[in-house]
Design a protein around this ligand. Sequence first.
Ligand SMILES: CC(C)(COP(=O)(O)OP(=O)(O)OC[C@H]1O[C@@H](n2cnc3c(N)ncnc32)[C@H](O)[C@@H]1OP(=O)(O)O)[C@@H](O)C(=O)NCCC(=O)NCCS
Length: 141
Amino acid sequence: MVRYANVYDIPRIKELGSLLHDNFVQVNDLNEMLEDGFSKVLVYEEELEVVGFITATDLGETCDIVSLVVDPRYRNKMVASNLIDYLISELSENLKIITLEVDSNNIAAINLYEKFGFEVVNVRRHYYSNGDDAYLMARES
Ligand SMILES: CC(C)(COP(=O)(O)OP(=O)(O)OC[C@H]1O[C@@H](n2cnc3c(N)ncnc32)[C@H](O)[C@@H]1OP(=O)(O)O)[C@@H](O)C(=O)NCCC(=O)NCCS
């Protein structure tokens, strides 16, 4: 089940976010995101446990997916797909484009986003600290 996150979910979101990168907690102010009026923070709950989350910056005509992580125990069970579906259903009728950045070696995520109609529109060379390129992906609506 997908639902909006609340303050009690923050420790678990931080735990899952740390799987994405070491400084997830430093660069994502989740308390602020829950209150700023333009961030969307959604969680997927399974038997009262949060097993995945997505965060996005929703500015009406544009939306940027910031983070998406699924607990390794729950991968390949459509959790991420359900989170993206729910996010898209919550976006404005005026939405023109959804964007995101992804490591060019993250095949699972690239496949997932392509399944949702995202295309690579730009490459940022050596963007990540490990030297990997970043793909900027976009989906027009
Ligand atoms: C990428 C990630 C979010 C996918 O979550 P998930 O819940 O397992 O994804 P879903 O079950 O909804 O998969 C949907 C589609 O994604 C693609 N996909 C997912 N896992 C994949 C894998 N290991 N290899 C290749 N494609 C994969 C497939 O196209 C899949 O569709 P299919 O089942 O019809 O083949 C998850 O692997 C994850 O949390 N990874 C670590 C964090 C991360 O990389 N986040 C994204 C970058 S911000």
